[in-house]
Unconditional design. Structure first.
Length: 143
């Protein structure tokens, strides 16, 4: 195990110095932020050539940022809390995880609900009747 000594000779172990993962997508909130991030990433810096690979990586960050914003709106969970949860940090409740899954269009499996004592919401079945539209003879769907 590697130990680090700070200025007053206190030993800091790797466990003490645990760092969180930085994700720039967490800080890109608006459309303007996304455009600025793209513009900056396309500029040459320190003589390094911008590659298609680096542009692809930039677009990946922007996709995560946009998806994170949408998910935060759908779940009504703060972006920073949501980011923590999605990075495997924090301490989410089973209800919060269910809410996130539902916002992604997914359902938690029965085993998850049983394990945490959750009752899955009953699915409301909608009956759909098909009738012919008078003027076009095309099927008309009414709910």
């Amino acid at each position: 195990m590697t130990n680090i000594h700070d200025d007053d000779d206190t030993v800091i172990t790797k466990e003490d110095a645990k760092l969180s993962t930085f994700d720039s997508a967490e800080y890109i909130v608006s459309k303007e932020d996304r455009q600025l991030y793209l513009n900056i990433s396309l500029k040459e810096e320190d003589g390094l050539e911008v590659t298609l690979h680096s542009i692809g990586s930039t677009l990946g960050v922007l996709l995560r940022a946009q998806a994170l914003s949408r998910l935060a709106r759908k779940t009504k969970i703060d972006r920073s809390d949501l980011c923590e949860i999605l990075l495997g940090e924090g301490n989410p409740t089973p209800e919060i995880l269910t809410k996130i899954a539902e916002a992604l269009g997914l359902k938690m499996p029965a085993e998850f609900n049983e394990k945490f004592g959750l009752k899955p919401e009953k699915t409301v079945k909608t009956s759909i009747s098909y009738t012919q539209h008078k003027h076009t003879e095309q099927p008309h769907v009414s709910l």
